[in-house]
Design a protein. Structure first.
Length: 400
């Protein structure tokens, strides 16, 4: 069977490609950038260039249709939030194509951080105190209710994008107005949340009609840009509270497919506050697949055979769990730490790599498939220079 996966520049697509290749599928990949790390993997049979799905969604899906017919693709697996464009314009795709993601309306609900907070409250799942903002005049009252520090959040965003911590009243007004004008969010105002201390965890799952088939929890040990950025080093976690919270929301959404929730867990582990939902594959997926939770193949089989029992077969937990490291992410994290005054950041980076060699698996490196890591390093270096040293550049369309 020929399978097309999207968003090939990122390590998530690389992990998905590896899982499907090892299960016997012919894997093809597409991306808007020629420097796509997954393109250069031995797990991939072919690569095709496509438009940016955020800038040109309809053109993107038209191009996918051409690729699907050219490559004789049977199944399409969206790796990122390009799934929204794919579902919106799926009438442009060949009939009979299997698309392994939820429907358009479900995706729109799940991607909206404010809606997910509201749903969590209905499910009796804890969230940080949240205030919706209708106009700039609401800021003063909201800040008095939440106190400082507080968090400004755009309703859309990923990988820490659209999240801004504010420490005082004057800073709030300036930063909030700048965000709204910079990203043209006048009709989709960011909301405010209480700043919650704790450790960041994730819970990922595969579900069918609201019933979880299998789930996996992870603790973020280090993150790319402080405590709330993308994780660069994480380990498996056994925290029933997260799985209970996740099960409630998934049931409410009647969700079919994969997904991922971020939580902040209190130091005593008695409280878990939902932060957001990712209705797609998540950056740390390598951790789950290497520990026996094969979400890519579980998802594909669920959508092919419509058989939950068949999908469950891809959950075979490892008896010896391993942590996982994102190599390029660790380098980015060291750059961020150095900029923030840590003179020993690069020495610590060497120590992190040294310790990981003995116990960890890597998101973006395989001894038998080294080229993708090299391409990923080149891609990020090029973006770093292009964006004048910005380590987490934002595409405006991702926040709208």
């Amino acid at each position: 069977m020929n399978v097309l996966i999207t968003y090939g520049w990122c390590r998530t697509a690389y992990a998905v490609a590896e899982s499907l290749y090892k299960a016997g599928y012919n894997v093809f990949v597409t991306d808007s950038n020629r420097l796509s790390m997954t393109r250069y993997s031995r797990y991939v049979s072919g690569f095709d260039l496509s438009p940016d799905p955020f800038l040109f969604p309809e053109d993107y899906v038209r191009r996918l249709s051409e690729i699907i017919q050219k490559r004789k693709i049977h199944a399409l697996i969206p790796v990122h939030e390009d799934s929204i464009a794919i579902r919106k314009f799926q009438m442009l795709l060949p009939p009979g194509l299997m698309i392994a993601c939820p429907g358009y309306e479900d995706l729109l609900i799940a991607i909206d951080k404010l809606k997910i907070v509201s749903i969590a409250k209905e499910c009796a799942v804890e969230t940080p105190n949240t205030v919706e903002i209708s106009s700039f005049d609401d800021l003063d009252k909201a800040s008095k209710e939440l106190g400082f520090p507080l968090v400004i959040k755009t309703r859309h965003g990923n990988s820490g994008k659209g999240v801004f911590i504010v420490n005082e009243k004057d800073e709030l007004k300036i930063k909030y107005e700048h965000i709204v004008k910079r990203f043209s969010l006048e009709n989709y105002m960011p909301f405010l949340q209480q700043y919650v201390n704790g450790n960041v965890y994730g819970c990922c799952f595969l579900s069918h009609n609201g019933d979880i088939l299998f789930s996996f929890s992870e603790r973020y040990i280090r993150c790319k840009d402080g405590g709330f950025g993308t994780s660069v080093y994480r380990e498996q976690s056994n925290l029933p509270l997260l799985e209970n919270h996740t099960r409630k929301i998934v049931k409410y959404l009647n969700w079919t497919g994969i997904g991922h929730f971020d939580y902040i867990v209190s130091r005593d582990k008695q409280h878990a506050y939902l932060i957001e939902m990712n209705p797609r594959f998540w950056g740390a997926i390598n951790l789950s697949t290497k520990n026996g939770y094969d979400f890519p193949n579980g998802l594909l089989n669920l959508f092919i055979y419509k058989n939950a029992k068949q999908a469950k077969k891809y959950c075979k937990p490892s008896t010896k769990p391993k942590p996982s490291m994102w190599i390029v992410g660790e380098i980015i994290s060291a750059i961020s730490d150095f900029r923030n005054g840590n003179r020993f950041a690069f020495l610590e980076l060497i120590q992190h790599f040294s310790s990981a060699l003995n116990c960890a698996t890597f998101d973006d490196f395989r001894v038998s498939d080294p080229l993708p890591l090299i391409i990923e390093l080149v891609y990020y270096a090029k973006q770093f220079l292009k964006d004048h040293g910005n380590i987490n550049p934002i595409k405006d369309e991702m926040l709208r």
